[in-house]
Ligand binder design. Structure first.
Ligand SMILES: *[C@@H]1O[C@H](CO)[C@@H](O)[C@H](O)[C@H]1NC(C)=O
Ligand SMILES: *[C@@H]1O[C@H](CO)[C@@H](O)[C@H](O)[C@H]1NC(C)=O
Ligand SMILES: *[C@@H]1O[C@H](CO)[C@@H](O)[C@H](O)[C@H]1NC(C)=O
Ligand SMILES: *[C@@H]1O[C@H](CO)[C@@H](O)[C@H](O)[C@H]1NC(C)=O
Ligand SMILES: *[C@@H]1O[C@H](CO)[C@@H](O)[C@H](O)[C@H]1NC(C)=O
Length: 587
């Protein structure tokens, strides 16, 4: 309660008014009190999000050969979760859920086709403006907010300047990074088809010249012409596609087109550190969304060839270095005790990512089955570390199922922001679990979607240690016995690519985390009863879904020339490089 004399009350009898000096003193005390409670009640947030990093990769999750000393240091200082689950096994829907605390299907960010993500910067789909990100909530609370690195939740809707889906339209004050994602095509790795075609062409020409091939000249020249056309087309595509899709932005402007991999991690890390330095005195939210570990893998000179795990290990160790730089800045500025740091990955490692030479460019999902793009545990169980010295118990390990959607309500509450009341928030506050006030996750049921399709339900009954997981369908792995869909490079979510299960395939994850032994009515007497409860929960969940515009419809996925951003200053080929100026400008 406020002392009554501090409230403006012109009708108060004179005898009740405060003496002026006392009033000033009280106001001053109040101000100090307010300022202090502000500092305590408004912690900073640093949310570090890796791309495609598997739970078997960081040292603190049991990897003995990949060196991640900084991620391990973070884990020692905080809570490591063994059951952090991505809301989706694919980048874009997973990130949409992370940002909004809601299943991606609620925002229309769940694809009904085989293409589950945006592949062009000039597509019109994206996180709808009606969605509320945690950045928007925190900005309203007075936070400085930044997203550095990968966005992948859309760019523009109608023209190339509206930037309706851009981070700046979703509560971020500052953006520096890649509007789409790091793509293989960004790194001219697609040489093989070119080489094959060129060699075939030359061989054909030589053989004919030597008179060794007897084809009618008309057919020969037709073939030759066709091959040359394909070759030319591919070259053009490679030349133009890179600058068109792979560019870096700072706020609304392109800073580098095409994006250069030279010291890329270092540049983004330095910018993140500068953001923290600029905002050391105000509450801030920094989302550092690494471009690592998505292919094309890259790393700078200091890391290339240094790890025991090839290009993948080099990139992972560079990312770990970046984590260390951020932790160091927090320490130097004495902000660590007032900052909640989160480290996670948007989904499991991409196990099908193998180069033509047979080198594995996907990470490790530890003991778990499957990986990116499917809902076996390897696809959704990701590293999850939270550190806040003095508030969250250091060195604690938890194994309760939690979700990357939980960051939304957790962060909102800590920042003093009420949750939006006009929509369903699927995430749950993590603080009771992190502080040991509760030993149970608030998620009795979790729903695992594969794009638009409900793939599996997870049930952690209130009074039991069991964690039931029922699959309505499973992806058809190929080749037989493999741990992924190697024929199609990623698993798909419906039609001929999956096997439907009726009754659903049931596992007890608490006993069988590798998902090897589906239960049967004989091995589990309560089989029918358990499935019934889960199917009822799925039906209740389905009733809460609303029809929303599909952000991944064909019309929203295709490349739209009028949305294509292009560095105008340099003229013809959409090429420019202002990155050095960015570095200097923000010093
Ligand atoms: C782009 O669209 C926005 C919003 O629809 C509009 O305000 C703006 O004038 C348009 N810009 C151009 C260059 O057409
Ligand atoms: C990358 O950074 C290193 C160390 O700061 C520097 O020596 C090198 O010149 C940079 N490389 C490029 C291509 O900018
Ligand atoms: C450590 O990570 C590397 C790279 O992902 C992987 O090849 C290796 O199998 C992992 N080791 C363990 C024990 O998971
Ligand atoms: C931060 O908190 C820890 C744990 O409560 C404490 O040991 C340490 O002294 C604090 N550091 C600073 C700089 O306040
Ligand atoms: C858990 O509670 C439910 C209903 O409250 C009950 O049907 C079930 O038997 C209980 N399970 C155990 C393991 O106690």
């Amino acid at each position: 309660m406020w002392p009554s004399c501090l409230l403006w009350n012109p009708t108060a009898p004179v005898g009740f008014a405060c003496p002026r000096k006392m009033r000033t003193l009280l106001l001053l005390l109040l101000f100090i009190y307010e300022a202090r409670s502000h500092a305590v009640s408004m912690p900073n947030f640093v949310l570090l999000m890796a791309d495609d990093l598997g739970i078997g990769d960081p040292g603190c999750y049991g990897n003995k050969t990949l060196r991640t000393p900084n991620i391990d240091r973070l884990a020692r200082g905080g809570v490591s979760s063994r059951s952090t689950l991505a809301a989706s096994p694919l980048c874009k829907p997973s990130r949409a859920a992370f940002m909004t605390g809601r299943y991606p299907i609620r925002s229309g960010m769940a694809s009904r086709s085989q293409v589950g993500v945006f592949v062009f910067s000039a597509s019109s789909g994206g996180l709808p403006h009606s969605e509320i990100t945690f950045a928007k909530l925190l900005k309203n609370q007075g936070y400085s907010t930044a997203l550095i690195g990968k966005w992948h939740l859309g760019t523009s809707c109608h023209n190339r300047t509206d930037l309706c889906h851009h981070p700046l339209s979703h509560g971020f004050d500052y953006f520096h990074g890649l509007p789409v994602t790091n793509l293989r095509d960004c790194k001219l790795l697609v040489f093989l088809p070119l080489q094959v075609i060129t060699i075939t062409l030359l061989t054909l020409a030589v053989l004919r010249w030597l008179g060794l091939v007897q084809v009618p000249p008309c057919i020969f020249f037709c073939l030759f012409f066709l091959a040359a056309l394909v070759l030319g087309g591919l070259l053009c595509f490679l030349h133009y596609f890179r600058p068109l899709n792979c560019f870096l932005m700072r706020n609304r402007d392109i800073t580098q087109q095409p994006m250069s991999y030279d010291n890329l991690t270092q540049r983004l890390t330095a910018d993140a550190a500068q953001f923290i330095q600029r905002n050391a005195k105000t509450p801030f939210l920094l989302v550092l969304a690494f471009l690592h570990m998505h292919t094309a893998l890259f790393s700078s000179k200091d890391f290339a060839g240094k790890s025991k795990h090839g290009a993948y290990g080099d990139a992972a160790e560079e990312m770990d270095w970046s984590v260390g730089q951020i932790l160091d800045v927090l320490d130097e500025l004495k902000l660590a005790n007032n900052t909640l740091v989160y480290f996670s990955s948007d989904q499991g490692a991409h196990v099908e990512e193998v180069t033509i030479k047979g080198e594995g460019h996907g990470g490790s999902n530890g003991i778990y089955k499957g990986g990116k793009a499917n809902n076996w545990e390897g696809g959704i169980r990701v590293p999850g570390i939270l550190r806040w010295p003095g508030v969250i118990q250091a060195g604690l390990e938890i194994d309760e199922p939690t979700s990357n959607m939980d960051i939304f309500p957790t962060v909102a509450k800590l920042a003093g922001s009420p949750l939006p009341e006009d929509r369903i928030i699927d995430g749950r506050d993590l603080m009771p679990l992190l502080q040991g006030r509760s030993h149970r996750s608030d998620h009795e049921f979790l729903f695992h979607y594969c794009n638009f399709y409900l793939n599996a339900v997870r049930w952690h009954p209130q009074n039991s240690t069991s964690i039931w997981k029922a699959f309505f369908f499973t992806p058809k792995f190929f080749p037989e016995g493999a741990n992924g869909c190697f024929a199609t490079h990623v698993c798909f979510c419906h039609g001929q690519y999956v096997t439907y299960h009726d009754p659903p395939l049931l596992f007890d994850i608490s006993q069988d985390p590798r998902e090897r032994n589906p239960l049967t009515p004989t091995s589990q007497p309560r089989f029918r009863e358990i499935l019934e409860t889960m199917q009822e929960a799925a039906a209740r969940h389905a009733e809460t879904l609303q029809d929303v515009p599909n952000q991944l419809s064909l019309g929203n996925l295709i490349w739209k020339p009028w949305l294509q951003m292009c560095c105008s200053s340099s003229g013809l080929f959409c090429q420019c490089d202002w990155e050095k100026q960015v570095g200097r400008g923000s010093h």
